[in-house]
Design a protein around this ligand. Sequence first.
Ligand code: SAM
Ligand code: SF4
Length: 371
Amino acid sequence: MALSDPRVAFGDASPGGPAPVAVSVRPHPGAAAVPAAPAPAGGLEGPLVDRYGRVHDDLRISVTDRCNLRCVYCMPEEDMTFLPRAELLSFEEIARLGRVARALGVTSVRLTGGEPLVRRNLVDLVALLAGIGFADLSLTTNATLLAPLARPLAEAGLTRVNVSCDSLRPERFAAIRRRGDLATVLGAMDAAEAAGLAPLKVNVVVLRGENDDEVLDFARFARETGRVVRFIEFMPLDAGGHWERDRLVPGAEVAATIGAHFPLVPLGGHDAAPAERFAFADGRGEVGFISSVTQPFCGACNRLRLTADGAIRNCLFSDDELSVRDVMRAGGSDEAVADVLRAAVGAKHPGHAINEPGFLAPRRSMSMIGG
Ligand code: SAM
Ligand code: SF4
């Protein structure tokens, strides 16, 4: 199906997927914390199912809030205040949480940040997590430090990487990411594939008037390299609070632009990542659309997040958090840690409410939560 009508493309893409859940009307009043333990204690047994039947088997782990870049849509301020190191979870604490999560049915883990590769000895954490036995253990990175680490990471048990790259033009890449350079990132993609970290996904945040004229270049890139390019809508999660809806390019618009040149066929449903997936009709490659703002996929959400300072968040856009670090450092048992995960899942709202009038951007930005 050609994507001349994006509504058709998106509306028909996931016939067998989970039933849609209405987006809640839920302003963020500020510091409201999830109630201490709304879910009954259940030892170390899963699965983690919320009030809407969503099974949570995907855990995003932020290993640091620091970064060596300053992307305009993420860290627009040059001077960022980062967490004191003592507040970060140790690798042992992260692995302990990972073991409990695995017992509760989590099968997929993605390491993120901030920039995960600026955390020293990350390979050691990958080895610890790989020993737990997740079906999928992946990493999202800006790839500036990836090339020399690709093979050690793969040997430690990493299965895949997602590389963020918002432009294929060197000057523009530098303007959007504000540090680092395109050649290094492209070289790192090659190194990752050579190390067996495949299929490689490329994340592109599409910004109106900044890189939206490169959509077709990225489609060609996907076709020529076999890398899965995912177009992401700009979300109200930048550290500077400068998000404006006008800067966002809807995924449907990107899909229509690509579909008019290279017909696309929906692959059906969302993959483990939230992208709506499409193959090129001639069989040469794949693209995805992460349209969190204009096409919320909350009804299919299967993820939990662990922030670098040890808070469990049940939604990128919710300020509700529970500290698993405090439970661990107070001598809590694995069952008590499991109760925190269950409580977070039990308190999850049906949707992120970005499009509701009372919506307030969350207090923590993407780089602090872990995107
Ligand atoms: N530093 C790594 C990187 O850039 O890939 C991992 C962390 S970064 C927060 C994870 C993903 O979030 C990246 O693909 C980045 O482009 C995306 N991202 C950051 N801020 C965003 C925003 N305000 N809206 C949409 N995506 C954003
Ligand atoms: Fe750093 Fe990633 Fe945020 Fe860019 S998107 S500033 S690379 S954390």
